[in-house]
Design a protein around this ligand. Sequence first.
Ligand code: TEU
Length: 539
Amino acid sequence: MADARPSHAPHWWRDAVIYQVYPRSFADGDGDGTGDLAGVRARLPYLAELGVDAVWFTPWYVSPLVDGGYDVADYRTVDPAFGTLAEAEKLIAEARELGIRTIVDIVPNHVSDQHAWFRAALAAGPGSPERALFHFRPGRGEHGELPPNDWPSQFAGPTWTRVPDGEWYLHLFTPEQPDLNWSHPVVRQEHEDVLRFWFERGVAGVRIDSAALLAKDPALPDFVEGVDPHPYIDQDELHDIYRAWRRIADEYDGVFVGEVWLPDAERFARYLRPDELHTAFNFSFLACPWEADRLRRSIDDTLAEHAPVGAPATWVLCNHDVTRTVTRYGREDTAFDFATKTYATPTDLALGTRRARAAALLTLALPGSAYLYQGEELGLPEADIPPDRIQDPMHFRSRGTDPGRDGCRVPLPWSADAPHCGFGSDTEPWLPQPEGWAHYAVDRQSADPTSMLALYRQALRMRGSLPGFGDGPLTWLDAPDGVLAFARGDGLRCLVNLSAEVVELPEHTEVLLSSGPLDGEGERLPQDTAVWLVPAPSA
Ligand code: TEU
């Protein structure tokens, strides 16, 4: 069959659906309680049936796993807990045969404290060339007992740690993640080589972790609120780094997706200029509450900021760092009390699920590419993790005030009746699955045409085969208050009802898909429901 979307190749990434695999929690092939590449290989048919175009793997490299693998000790080797490099190569090739491209996750801002460079730097001492690869500095105060500056950490806690010889080193995240010195040519060369290493192995793309943080003001000045430029976010020097990376990617037809959290739209778009990154995550949409006006503004702002540089937008509802979608949307009142770390209202999972289903159809109808985080297609809620099983350093660094990110990283349920829902064997998984997890199991949902999984399968099939989806313009249509309605070309309409009322559907020849039951004779759209329609010829 001819591809209904001519833009699909060679610019597959402009409208792809990309599935995020967190290898530790996807599927456990060797039965030790930790997910692995064998588990992913065995489940590739599941991903093919789901209908995704690519898989992004969070880091699978050798790592002490202090920060879930974002503390990399060797960028060229797969952690033995996950498998081997040869297995990763097989996985990349097998996925490609099923039409699924692979995206790896590169962590350039920092390494693990177990990385050979950092161990050498500690051993070599102050003033050594080995230390020049990092940010080592003497402390302030009479005896150097105070950190070199006052930078706030991305995680709670200090950004400097003192070593026994008296120097301090910088780490924007945990002390086990020392920041690299990106002004050093050896650091740049090494990462360019690492990119080539993975492109040579057949990966189609690279996700760049913490992409706007790499470069630091060499003076390492104190942070002054509101003063521009920020000493370590969005430094101009980054663009030169990414231009060099782009030249490498172009040799392999590879693509980048940058993790760029920046509030300023114009600064954000600079990373997406034609000779820099192909795409970057759009987090404003993820952070937006379930309110029509704010979602519409987020969509408009996103499209407007991408348009001048010609880059496609990306849409994400969830990832391994945030509260799962059905739980987030299950809070009638999204007001979060930072003092008590609680929400004003309890979570209503039925409500959250209804909204998450509607949000799925909204997201998949927007122009650009969409990301799907493992378990989102199962409607998994955020899990409560018993205090003695919490792993995330974010929790400990906040002195327990932040629950951490483990609740969205719980091992997937595959079969309702198997031990640990078929995650692996009867070995206890690395994070416990909560009570009731079997309800979400893949085998149970596969047999239920009204399940979240069935909705995603249908939606992805339509998105991949019918005209109107993916890249291209979006036109807003008149709609009652609280209803988002837009056209994608002549053949597709998407309506999402976020109002408190049931609304009439516009004239149409066919309802392609709805996120929940329609009212009346299928002519009315209930609250928190989305629909894809083929409009009547005159509409
Ligand atoms: O996240 C970068 C980042 O900015 C995080 O601090 C983010 O703000 C936070 O997780 C939101 O809850 C990336 C990875 O996605 C994350 O998992 C890593 O912990 C982090 O980098 C360090 O490598």
